[in-house]
Write a protein that binds this ligand. Structure first.
Ligand code: BDP
Length: 328
């Protein structure tokens, strides 16, 4: 059967026309609508699809998930808002767009905080991740689990960013978070916050000189076509978050809520396996596509981040979170 890509308007119309209604949920089952900016096949999508399969099995088909990938429901700020207000049921976003709303989430993206992926996973899967996630409830979101997002690195049009000096005078796109603007300032670049969907053309037209992201996203977004210099700065391991609308969650009977939480947890290893595989593939593909991946002086970048911590890790609670993460 040919796949028809619905337009964003049509999809939204469908979403709005068929809200998740509590009574119906129990009688006929419910389809949870889940948003993601990444294309079909991306590891976060695979994770949520796996979660959907588990839900279907464990509820005898009463609860299903339909994934709207590729920004069909808008960029992350839009889908977050819609999820908060129950227009859509779930969304997978980076922690960054939550930073201004739920300050504890910014801790997870702080530059050079996590030592490596294993450290990030141990922290986010444990009590600290739970504590950070609990903060979203007051804003209409139930944090279900965290997914990996690799290491964010700079990629640029004109020349590689091997050291902070290379960033002087450059305009670099960042995610829409005040913390991320400060990170760029600390590194010596000019930050341009933009939604993800605008980054390709902003680089192509020279509105910005570059951006920063993990290799899989650099590949699947095809940003490597317009910014060919990728430098391994690995300045943040900012993870992904899978959140459910509190309105949708609260409408489920308690037993189903537990099934949802458990299925989300079990989707994490599936996502991570797909991630490891894509990281290798993506690296080969961008290089075959003419991009150059070069090493960078990570130490030099790490030396510059203190002002970000001074500005954003100010209250006791956040300071303690950072200390506990370092000690973990
Ligand atoms: C990707 C994240 C995605 C963000 C994007 C960005 O998976 O959630 O929207 O970066 O930079 O790595 O906006």
């Amino acid at each position: 059967m040919p796949r028809i890509e619905p337009t964003r308007r049509a999809v939204l119309g469908g979403v709005l026309a068929a809200p998740f209604i509590a009574g119906r949920a129990q009688a006929q089952g419910v389809t949870l609508r889940s948003a993601d900016i990444h294309p079909d096949g991306y590891p976060t999508i695979e994770g949520v699809k796996h979660m959907g399969r588990l839900l279907q099995e464990r509820t005898g088909g009463r609860i299903r998930i339909q994934v709207f990938h590729s920004r069909q429901l808008g960029d992350e700020k839009d889908s977050l808002e819609q999820t908060r207000f129950g227009v859509i049921d779930m969304t997978r976003v980076n922690t960054a767009p939550l930073n201004n709303l739920v300050p504890a989430t910014l801790v997870a993206g702080l530059p050079f905080l996590f030592r490596d992926t294993a450290h990030m996973q141990a922290v986010m899967d444990g009590p600290i991740g739970e504590e950070i996630g609990a903060g979203t409830a007051a804003h209409g979101l139930v944090t279900l689990c965290y997914y990996d997002s690799g290491a964010r690195c700079f990629y640029t049009r004109a020349r590689p960013v091997r050291a902070p000096e290379d960033l002087k005078g450059m305009k670099v796109r960042v995610q829409q978070s005040d913390m991320w603007v400060a990170v760029m300032r600390a590194f010596g670049a000019n930050a341009t916050p933009l939604p993800f969907g605008e980054v390709y053309s902003a680089m192509q037209t020279g509105v910005v000189d570059g951006a920063e992201n993990n290799v899989p996203t650099y590949f699947t977004s095809r940003h490597f076509e317009v910014a060919k210099h990728y430098a391994m700065t690995e300045h943040s391991l900012s993870p992904e978050i899978l959140a459910m609308s509190k309105r949708s969650f609260d409408r489920l009977p308690r037993a189903d809520q537990e099934i949802v939480r458990q299925a989300a947890r079990e989707s994490v290893p599936v996502m991570r396996e797909a991630w490891v595989k894509l990281e290798g593939d993506a690296r080969r593909q961008v290089e075959a596509g003419g991009a150059q991946v070069v090493p960078a002086d990570k130490e030099a970048f790490a030396k510059l981040v203190q002002p970000v911590y001074d500005q954003f890790v100010r209250d006791d609670r956040l300071r303690k979170l950072v200390e506990r993460i370092r000690a973990a």
